[in-house]
Design a protein around this ligand. Structure first.
Ligand code: GCO
Length: 391
């Protein structure tokens, strides 16, 4: 019988990201990406699921299910729509989101940057601009105005994925499994930005800060151990080593990547169950990701800031989550310090270039009426949070 820690000591909850749920984020680089001629995006984020206006209901659904933490991101493009122009109204909007969480007894976990950049920042070079760190640091300083009584702040979401995408765009191609080698310059500038942000946030005296890493669990195909070492580790070790000494590191785990003798990813076989993102159904990834992260960071406290699957079959979401949590329990029994589990995602949302088709939510959303309909998995996770047992 597996027993897990319970809420509220353990952060049981769910994650979202502003651009994927709010709607109307017209000042961001992603809005531009979605509307450029020849866009690779399946559709525009448009109104998303209108969480910009409906977040009180989102928080209520999470709290009523018995969950105790909500990870959401605030949008730099709204807070600083033009360089040096600060929107006090948008800061007040996100402060109201934080107050709504606190009033519902929900711990806010606030992400400052979740992939999307202000258009003005992107158009003058983004992370490759010479003053990128200064511009980001100025935004973090501004954001501290609304982070009173917020104790968990994510500086940057998945810098390794950003660096891979920038690496790919530099070479205009993606490696076999869509995992381009991270662009080293982008990796280093984000690391510097992260460290500056942590310093600024620690200046508040109550914030614990960290960044979140997409943990591409790498396994060697039989007989391919050497190839795996050459392929896998540089991709995320750099970012995990940056996290050494941080207050926490966010682990974001979904699937594994198997490396063949040629050092390249081995696509999953046709007989393998796949989810709506085309990924292999592999819930064991979470336990493996926690163990690997623990090893590379030297034991920095971890929060599972994303884990879940895109599926239309909510019973498979429950099966996946049950097995993933069993792996987390084993990792914790093995010495991993895990402080929370935030499921991706609270709501069905905009899955970037794939659009709205891959549904990750514990809550379904009608995209015409924006009506929220909790799925059985929401109550299931809430029961785990309350009892510490895996039904
Ligand atoms: C990411 C992001 C999320 C995704 C989720 C499913 O890891 O890409 O943090 O925005 O939607 O991971 O792909």
């Amino acid at each position: 019988q597996i027993t897990l820690p319970t809420a509220p000591d353990f952060l049981w909850g769910a994650s979202t990201a502003a651009h994927q749920i709010e709607g109307g984020n017209v000042n961001s680089d992603w809005w531009a990406k979605e509307h450029v001629a020849g866009t690779l995006c399946a559709e525009s984020s448009g109104d998303a699921v209108d969480s910009y206006h409906r977040y009180p209901e989102d928080v209520r659904l999470l709290a009523d299910a018995g969950l105790s933490a909500y990870r959401f991101s605030i949008e730099w493009a709204r807070i600083e729509p033009a360089e040096g122009e600060i929107s006090r109204a948008q800061l007040a909007h996100y402060r109201r989101m934080i107050d709504t969480c606190l009033a519902a007894g929900v711990t806010p976990v606030v992400t400052l940057l979740h992939f999307t950049l202000p258009r003005w920042f992107a158009e003058r070079g983004g992370w490759f601009a010479p003053d990128a760190v200064d511009a980001f640091s100025r935004y973090v300083e501004i954001a501290t105005d609304i982070l009173g009584d917020v104790h968990h702040v994510v500086t940057i979401n998945e810098p390794n994925i950003t660096s891979m995408m920038l690496g790919a765009s530099r070479r205009t191609n993606l490696d076999a499994a869509g995992l381009a080698a991270p662009d080293q310059a982008a990796s280093e500038v984000q690391a510097t930005a992260h460290r500056r942000a942590v310093e600024i946030l620690h200046g508040l005296g109550h914030v614990r800060a960290g960044w979140t890493i997409a943990n591409q669990v790498f396994q060697a195909a039989p007989g391919a151990e050497a190839a795996r070492d050459g392929y896998a580790y540089p991709r995320e070790d750099f970012f995990l080593e940056v996290a050494r000494g941080d207050d926490f590191v966010g682990v974001q785990s979904y699937l594994r990547t198997v490396i063949g003798a040629d050092g390249e990813p081995v696509p999953a076989g046709d007989d393998v169950e796949r989810t709506l993102t085309g990924w292999e159904y592999y819930p064991q990834a979470l336990g493996e990701a926690l163990g690997y992260t623990h090893r590379i960071t030297g034991g920095v406290p971890m929060i599972v800031t994303e884990n879940g699957i895109a599926t239309a079959d909510d019973s498979r979401r429950i099966d996946y989550t049950r097995d993933a949590l069993a792996g987390m329990a084993r990792a914790m029994a093995g010495g991993c310090r895990v402080e929370g589990y935030l499921h991706w995602s609270l709501l069905d949302n905009y899955e970037w270039m794939s659009g709205f088709a891959p549904t990750f939510g514990l809550v379904a959303v009608d995209r015409t009426t924006f009506e929220r309909t909790p799925k059985p998995s929401l109550a299931w996770l809430g029961k785990v949070a309350r009892t510490g047992e895996l039904p």
